[in-house]
Design a protein around this ligand. Structure first.
Ligand SMILES: NC(=O)C1=CN([C@@H]2O[C@H](COP(=O)(O)OP(=O)(O)OC[C@H]3O[C@@H](n4cnc5c(N)ncnc54)[C@H](OP(=O)(O)O)[C@@H]3O)[C@@H](O)[C@H]2O)C=CC1
Ligand SMILES: Cc1cn([C@H]2C[C@H](O)[C@@H](COP(=O)(O)OP(=O)(O)O[C@H]3O[C@@H](C)C(=O)[C@@H](O)[C@H]3O)O2)c(=O)[nH]c1=O
Length: 288
């Protein structure tokens, strides 16, 4: 199969490259930066051309606008990337009867119930990032293409910018730190998400159109996550829990966005690593 990966220079895009190395399928890795073959997903004609020339049957969309705070004032670009471009990719797949594997977020939920969020629950994003990601899901569905939308959460890896790398730096350079404990969710190691995407492709289950949830197993607050990162990195910062109000941000985030993964596990038959086990793996990789 010929598979197009967009956003190859991002966290998930990098991890998809390890998946490709172990696969018999032919992958084309693209981005707007980083020395990959150039594909701007906002350019629908360029997407169509690449799909036709490379006879693409599956697109794995790892490209997105992921700066949650900045999206509040950069609404047009966030919408262009997270919504309209997602629709472009879906349209291109519809035209060749291919499948779009797309990644969305726990931030589509308001997060005001303290039970794990299920796929069919009502959504109510609190900020521009979440709103544009939800609009992207709807744009994909509207094309009628075969699609697998995976909502994930709190993604980290050794690549790019993420909470693990930020906390490693802060806890190595500061004596004390405040981290919110009233936002609860589950971290996701991008390598585990890429492996699940590889499994879905490899097991020929691309016709199982729908929305699915995936994160690592377990539950924690950003405070607990920060404590684990600090300890596993061998740092000794005094981290104190705080309320969201004490950590100023232009955008409100969900208080409880743990994702229920039952649907993905039963549909695709995958087992999911516990969050601290995967965190240990990533921190070991970062130490190399
Ligand atoms: N990060 C997280 O915590 C979470 C992410 N997600 C979702 O998971 C997916 C992957 O996220 P992640 O790997 O962290 O994302 P990254 O921000 O690490 O990577 C996104 C990539 O897309 C590229 N890109 C930007 N504009 C374009 C464009 N016009 N055409 C093609 N590529 C472009 C970026 O390039 P450049 O850097 O040059 O802009 C970057 O390389 C996204 O859909 C995201 O919404 C879901 C939950 C949590
Ligand atoms: C750096 C820092 C952050 N925080 C808080 C801010 C925020 O509420 C929380 C996490 O910080 P971040 O900047 O990583 O948050 P954020 O960028 O909102 O992370 C989100 O990114 C998008 C792309 C997603 O899809 C989400 O799943 C989620 O991963 O920790 C502290 O309390 N203290 C600190 O020192």
């Amino acid at each position: 199969m010929n598979i197009l990966v967009t956003g190859a220079n991002g966290q998930l895009g990098h991890e998809m490259q390890s998946v490709a190395e172990k696969s018999g399928d032919k992958f084309v890795f693209t981005d707007v930066a980083g020395g990959y073959e150039r594909l701007d997903i906002t350019d629908v004609e360029a997407v169509r051309r690449m799909v036709a020339e490379r006879e693409i049957e599956v697109i794995v969309n790892c490209a997105a606008y992921t700066n949650v705070d900045k999206a509040e004032t950069d609404v047009e670009l966030a919408d262009m990337l997270n919504n309209k471009a997602a629709g472009n990719l879906a349209q291109a797949m519809k035209e060749v009867d291919g499948t779009l594997i797309h990644v969305s977020t726990d931030y589509v939920f308001q997060g005001d119930r303290n039970v794990p969020c299920r796929e069919e629950w009502p959504t109510n994003p609190l900020g521009v990032y979440g709103k544009t990601k939800l609009a992207g899901e709807k744009s994909i569905e509207a094309t009628g293409c075969k699609h697998i939308i995976i909502r994930t959460a709190w993604l980290y890896s050794k690549w790019g910018k993420n909470f693990v790398k930020t906390m490693q730096n802060l806890t190595a350079t500061r004596d004390t730190l405040k981290v919110v404990f009233d936002q609860v969710g589950t971290p996701t190691y991008a390598g585990d998400l890429a492996a699940v995407i590889g499994h879905i492709i490899g097991s020929g289950q691309l016709d199982k159109t729908g929305v699915y949830h995936f994160s690592n197993e377990g539950v924690c607050s950003w405070f607990d996550f920060a404590k684990a990162i600090c300890e596993l990195s061998g740092n000794t910062c005094d981290i104190q829990p705080c309320y969201s109000e004490e950590f100023p941000s232009p955008v409100e985030r969900p208080h409880f966005s743990v994702l229920d993964k039952s649907k993905l596990k039963s549909t695709f038959g995958v087992t999911v690593p516990y969050w601290t086990d995967s965190l240990k793996k990533c921190i070991a990789e970062l130490a190399e």
